[in-house]
Design a protein around this ligand. Structure first.
Ligand SMILES: *Cc1c(COP(=O)(O)O)cnc(C)c1O
Length: 437
């Protein structure tokens, strides 16, 4: 991006060769672009794959170039650094990763973080000030609830929530009430909610926001898209402004790293980048490189896991020892018409994480878990391997009993994340574990 009127004499940074993004008017798909987008082998000795750039700092071509870079980093010039400066701000592996991440949701820009939680924390610190109110859907990932309620609460930030499955009217009354409580600086969503699987009507939230706020006071809508994104849900298409990820889950996909991401418009990403530059929550070069490898198979892995989950859930649903299966793919079969309507408007797949309610209680759930031979007994989700856990006894152990009951976190609940194994092998495993109860 050489500015011809640039009289500073700064050598512009060597930029990767422009990418081919379409052929004959055909826009190339992310699954094609994951193999090369944002990386020019000519800048790395012809290396087919990006090397891992393990360095804490970068050499400037000249003093004037250094000044230009710092103008970008400090926000004197919009758009972030023009060149590489220092690894707390940016690095080649992170920049390639961010270019590729933004493609999945057709976003203008993206940022990578050291974890899903550091992405969420950096986003909150960017937009929220003392006295502000955060409106959020509930329940949220437990650490996000702690961050909003207990940690930001110490700095005079308050919150109001609506249940994930709320109607437009219910959302509107909560947002209207929040406005009387202070400046509403952020609307924060998570869909589907864990472990209820309730979907948030993002279109309804955006319509409420646009109706209740003037253009100059409109709070951004951010959504945690970890469970269905980026393959099965693209919330930016439905009125969200920022889509947030724990890349630890499906994007990383091999249960071997921790990372986070945020994608959205440049106007909203730039201030988050400034906060990240200050507090240093960027992902490290090694994890960024591992994520580049992961993204090459993202569509393959998620598609296979989704197909496997559909087969496994079809098997589990009719089983004599199973009470119900909370799987998004079953929404269409009657029951909750509103949730089915949101699913049709917002989702292109049911994911591979679901709730299995066994007949019985903790004894039956534990017997089932202890009998599994392929599925591993662990929390987390979105990896190549199938995982199973008991939320009431594990992730949600410290949640008060009334709230557990309200969220459907009973002792007979098993959370399952299906991987990319052979579907019939998984069914055989679940079959024998059910028999062992
Ligand atoms: C795991 C997870 C997080 C937190 O991500 P980390 O990478 O563990 O920090 C946030 N939201 C959701 C929905 C998650 O599943």
């Amino acid at each position: 991006m050489q500015d011809e009127n640039d009289l500073t004499g700064a050598t512009p940074r060597r930029r990767p060769k422009a990418d081919v993004l379409e052929i004959g008017g055909r826009k190339l798909k992310p699954s094609t672009l994951m193999m090369g987008h944002g990386f020019d082998p000519a800048l790395s000795e012809g290396s087919l794959k990006p090397p891992i750039f393990l360095t804490s700092t970068f050499v400037f071509e000249s003093a004037a170039a250094g000044k230009r870079h710092f103008e970008g980093v400090t926000g004197k010039r919009p758009g972030g650094a023009d060149g590489l400066v220092y690894s707390r701000f940016n690095g080649p592996n992170q920049e390639i990763l961010e270019d590729r991440l933004s493609l999945w949701e057709d976003a203008e820009d993206a940022l990578s973080f050291s974890s899903g939680m550091s992405a969420i924390a950096t986003l909150l610190l960017t937009f929220v000030q003392p006295g502000d109110v955060i409106v959020h859907s509930g329940p949220l990932y437990a650490a996000t609830e702690t961050l909003i309620g207990r940690i930001l609460g110490r700095f005079g930030v308050t919150w109001l929530d609506f249940p994930a499955g709320a109607t437009r009217d219910e959302i509107e009354s909560v947002v209207a009430r929040a406005k009387t409580q202070g400046r509403v600086s952020l609307i924060y969503l998570e869909s589907p909610a864990n472990p209820t699987n309730a979907l948030v009507d993002v279109q309804a939230v955006a319509s409420v926001r646009d109706a209740l706020f003037g253009e100059d006071e409109r709070p951004p809508i951010a959504i945690d898209n970890t469970f269905l994104g980026p393959l099965w849900s693209r919330p930016l298409d439905h009125g969200a402004d920022l889509s947030v990820y724990s890349l630890t889950k499906y994007a990383g996909g091999h249960s071997d790293l921790v990372a986070g991401g945020v994608v959205g418009s440049k106007a909203l990403i730039n201030p988050i980048r400034m906060m990240r530059n200050t507090i240093g929550t960027i992902t490290d070069p090694n994890s960024a490189w591992m994520l580049l490898r992961s993204l090459e198979t993202l569509e393959l892995r998620m598609s296979r896991a989704g197909e496997n989950a559909a087969k496994v859930c079809a098997f589990l649903r009719g089983h004599a020892k199973v009470e119900t299966v909370g799987y998004l793919g079953f929404l269409e079969d009657g029951g909750d018409a509103r949730q089915a309507d949101i699913y049709r408007r917002h989702c292109t797949g049911a994911g591979s994480t679901f709730s299995l309610y066994l007949k019985g209680g903790e004894r039956e759930a534990f017997a089932f878990l202890d009998s599994l031979k392929i599925a591993k007994l662990a929390v987390s989700l979105g990896g190549t391997e199938t995982l199973a856990s008991a939320p009431a006894a594990m992730t949600h152990l410290s949640v008060p009993d009334e709230r557990k009951a309200a969220l459907g976190i009973s002792d007979n609940l098993v959370r399952i994340s299906i991987g990319v194994e052979d579907a019939d092998d998984l069914i055989a495993d679940f079959d024998q574990a059910l028999a062992a109860i």
